[in-house]
Design a protein around this ligand. Sequence first.
Ligand code: HEC
Ligand code: HEC
Length: 403
Amino acid sequence: MQGFAHRLLRSSTIMVFAVTAVHSSIARAGDAATTDLFLGLTPDAAKGYKILLSEPMATTIMKVGDIDRLWTVWEPEEKAKAESADAVERRKMTFERYGWAKRPGDAEPKIPLDYTEDGRGNLVTNCFSCHGGKVAGVTIPGAGNTHVDLTTLSTDLARLRAADAGRDPATVKDSVAPFKTPLNYHRGVTNAVIFAPVFAGLRDPKLGLQFSQHPEMLLHHDMNPPPWWNFKKKTRIYTDAFAPKTPRQLMPFAMSPLFSDEKFHSFEPNFVHIYQYIEELQPPKYPYPIDSTLAERGHALFNKNCSECHGTYGPDGNFPNKVVPLDVVETDGRRFNAIYKERREAANKGWLQYYGEHPVDVESKGYLAQPLDGVWASAPYFHNASAPTLWDVIIPTTFLRSR
Ligand code: HEC
Ligand code: HEC
């Protein structure tokens, strides 16, 4: 991609690319599909946001009180800095270390946007851990969290537990998820897309637990979540547009191995509203001055060189939902290869895909040319976060370490 966008700018070659079948957008009640995806409820975006911050839908990760104790197990130099800071400053350092965002409206960091309190003093990870970012210090729910560091948090929590039990926290190794699944290799990205196949590998099609199954090793890799405000433009979701837009498709991150199938299924009505919240999110408005002469030149160049894949913008904008083969886009193929055919086929037999009624694509065709609304606020770019700025997207540089 990095190479060809540049080539396109120079030569304005018109290229024709394979286009995926455009699947019908979500089937609402009354569509041909037999299942009412919205369960007879009236999807309510405000309710969806409230649910994200008030309904615990994962297992407890820590106590509220741990927020102010984590620093006690930091490396000596960091710990010394925290020790000499006041309580507010120390909390800021804690938020910074783990990539937490302040909740909108909080002047000082309190409960991070990333966690939901369960009413008993416990904190549970919510979707904003990865989907609640900040830009220029301002929290933007729905922006990818480019600071998240799940490994550091999880390791520090294990150290805290060790210290509480009278053991030496320094002996605790870096934490991983069940079955040695890495949480992230780098700050600001996660191996999230692999969590779902690992958790699903522990369950039968109805999602009942069957721990006798051991999920095989998968192709672990760090990923950058797309901003939620572009969900509304998509007919299929995720980097390779392989999945249908349904409330259940948003649920894998609530699939804790400790939940029974009944417990997991009981979250479904919540996801009707969460779906609507994501569907209605608006991109953040660019807050800085715009040079209109340059912008007009850029607009013309964009329409000539980019809109074929990324669509047109403004009131009459049109988004083509184009999936581009890997040999054309030339970005990292790891994500493309990670969720392979047998996994997808197995997924289609299960509850999340409505037993095949709303299947994932068994054969991926490439990566989706993403909508670029709010692109100023969604750095770094590409599905693997390999381009730090927009400049890096269009200059011909290769970001793969292997080449
Ligand atoms: C650990 C990090 C993490 C958590 C927690 C997480 N996500 Fe994601 N999410 C991702 C990543 C990474 C992707 C990109 C995956 C891909 O494209 O293959 C993603 C993709 C998505 C997409 C697709 C967006 C698009 O435009 O294609 C939706 C919708 C989504 N997540 C919703 C949720 C919901 C709802 C929750 C909470 C139940 C959640 N996510 C929790 C990391 C996370
Ligand atoms: C042939 C189709 C195609 C054309 C033409 C194209 N792109 Fe892309 N673009 C893609 C695809 C596919 C991706 C996703 C690649 C990935 O994530 O690995 C992408 C990703 C991007 C991203 C990153 C989006 C994000 O949220 O991470 C930006 C920015 C971008 N393109 C800008 C441009 C610009 C500017 C042009 C014109 C100079 C252009 N593209 C031309 C297919 C195209």
